[in-house]
Design a protein around this ligand. Sequence first.
Ligand code: ASP
Length: 326
Amino acid sequence: MPRIALITTGGTIASRADSATGHVTAQLRGEALRTGLHDPLDGFDLVVDDLMTTGSYALTLGDAFRLARRISSHLADPAVDGVVVTHGTDTMEESAYMADLLVDGDKPVVFTGAQRAADAPDSDGPRNIADAVRVAGAPGTRGLGTLLCFEQEFHAARDVTKSHTSRVDTFVSGEHGKLGEVDGDTVIVHRRPNLAGTISTDRVEEDVEIVKLGIGTTDRSIRLAAAAGVKGIVIEGFGRGNATPPVTAAAIELVGQGIPVVMTSRCQRGRVKPIYGNGGGRTLAEGGVIFAGDLSAQKARILLSVLLGSGMPMAEIRRQVERFGM
Ligand code: ASP
């Protein structure tokens, strides 16, 4: 019988409303999530690891790193066949991508959560946990990298994003699409991702900021971040990877000071590529800004925090961002 470690961290799946304040907060411990399952999951040996009871909007890059290490320590046990992590949906894609970058081996790691709180009569949490356990225990899901299972689908951590604030079918992988689905007790793998590998590091760099651009965005945020000692910047720029002239000038200055600046796009689909002059993407690239393929800004930040944490020099960071950005 497959043994699955269930690591619980909080989120809506573990939340209920406080009767006095009305605030919805994460309160349910791991054992309560297990006993709240509607599906007895006969045929699975579920071992609960009650790690945290936190809303994922309050987690840090350090928390995501510790979670990845915890996953690895469970997987190091030869008796454990896979890991399921319950997590808030707000930043689940980021913790899942951190695990994807750090956790070695081919045993399945599957993140899940809920959009409707544990005290909602139609909470989606119990079904999502049961589906995630089935995905983690299915032989066909070995070697797929870290997965996110939600609303009967599972996705690659690299590609998936939360697309809707409240609906239960919130997780999508844009034009990459899902990897597979769960139909009752059957797990179907539709395709296998092209994985870029893992990275070895003892720490992550937490001082990495995202600067999002709108028309006419000034260089204020990027210069303030630099003055405060930021270690890396991800720009979520326009279209193919362009920025406003003042942001481009500031970004090139930062690169000159040894701070890596990574370019992503606020478009939800497609890759960044240096094409335009006059302060656009070509100017950025010639100034040393690194282009991150089709990684979203939040995924590029996870990657940069891991690469910086490993102590790589700038040239190697560039090589790795280009490799994982594809
Ligand atoms: N809406 C969130 C959730 O689904 C809250 C959080 O991310 O913790 O869990």
